[in-house]
Design a protein around this ligand. Structure first.
Ligand code: E4P
Length: 218
C-alpha cells in the first residue's frame, strides 16, 4: 500500500519524506488556504520534495475551464496529478486531461456508483472520503470494499483506490484490509502509525536488561 500525506504544509512534508514512507501528497483548496501562500509556489515546492504524485485541485466547475486550470497546474511539475470533483463536468475534463497524458485524481467520491463513473472516465485515482461518511453515521470503509470489489470485477477498470478523509490510524489499517491501493493520511495520523505501548515498554525493558548485563556490542 502506498502512503500519501494530506497536507500543503511544506515543512511537514519535508520531515515525513525523510522517513522514506512517503509516496505522494494530496492537497485541496482548503489545505492551500491554510498554507497561506500562492498555490503555484506551494505545489512546485512540494513536487520538488516528493517524487510521487502531488494532487493539485482545480476550482473551476465547468469542463472547459477545468481543463484550462488542469493544464496550468500540470505545467508546474511532471508529478502533478490534477484533482477534479466528481461531477459530469469533472468527468469530461478527466477524459481530456488523461488524453493529454496527465494524471487525474477524481475527488469527493461518496458512492461506488460514482467510483465506477470515475474509472470509466479513465481517472488515475479515485478518492473515496471515509471520514466524512463516518461523520454522517455511514460506513466509509464499506465504500472502500465495494469499490475494490467492483474494480476487481472488470479488468479494464485500472483506476487506483485512494482512501481519503482519513481521521484515525484504524482507518489506515481498515483501508489496507479493504484493498485500497493508497491512503492519503494527515501528518499527525501518519506519525502515529508507528506507536504501540508494548513496543515502547518492550524497548525500555530490553535496554534496562542490557545495561544490567554490562555488555557492549561495539
Ligand atoms: C483528499 O484528497 C482530501 O484532501 C481529504 O482527504 C479530505 O479530508 P477531510 O474530510 O478530513 O477534509
Amino acid at each position: 500500500m502506498q502512503f500519501f500525506v494530506d497536507t500543503a504544509d511544506v515543512e511537514e512534508i519535508r520531515s515525513l519524506a525523510e522517513t522514506g514512507m512517503l509516496d505522494g501528497v494530496t492537497t485541496n483548496p482548503s489545505l492551500i488556504m491554510k498554507a497561506g501562500r500562492p498555490m503555484a509556489d506551494v505545489i512546485a515546492e512540494i513536487a520538488g520534495i516528493v517524487d510521487g504524485p502531488v494532487s493539485a485541485e482545480v476550482t473551476a466547475i465547468e469542463t472547459a475551464q477545468m481543463i484550462a486550470e488542469g493544464r496550468r497546474l500540470a505545467e508546474i511539475a511532471p508529478n502533478v496529478a490534477v484533482k477534479l470533483p466528481l461531477t459530469w463536468d469533472g468527468l469530461k475534463a478527466c477524459r481530456a486531461l488523461t488524453a493529454d497524458g496527465h494524471m487525474v485524481n477524481i475527488t469527493l467520491c461518496f458512492s461506488s456508483a460514482q467510483a465506477l463513473l470515475a474509472a470509466k472516465a479513465g481517472a488515475t485515482f479515485v478518492s473515496p472520503f471515509i471520514g466524512r461518511l463516518d461523520d454522517l453515521g455511514l460506513d466509509g470503509m464499506k465504500l472502500i470494499e465495494e469499490i475494490r470489489t467492483i474494480y476487481d470485477n472488470y479488468e479494464e477498470l485500472q483506476t487506483e483506490v485512494l482512501a481519503a478523509s482519513i481521521r484515525t490510524t484504524n482507518h489506515v489499517q481498515l483501508a489496507a484490509l479493504g484493498g485500497a491501493d493508497i491512503a492519503t493520511v494527515p501528518p499527525a495520523i501518519l506519525t502515529k502509525l508507528i506507536q504501540h505501548p508494548l513496543t515502547e515498554r518492550g524497548l525500555e525493558q530490553f535496554l534496562a536488561d542490557w545495561k544490567t548485563s554490562g555488555q557492549s556490542i561495539l
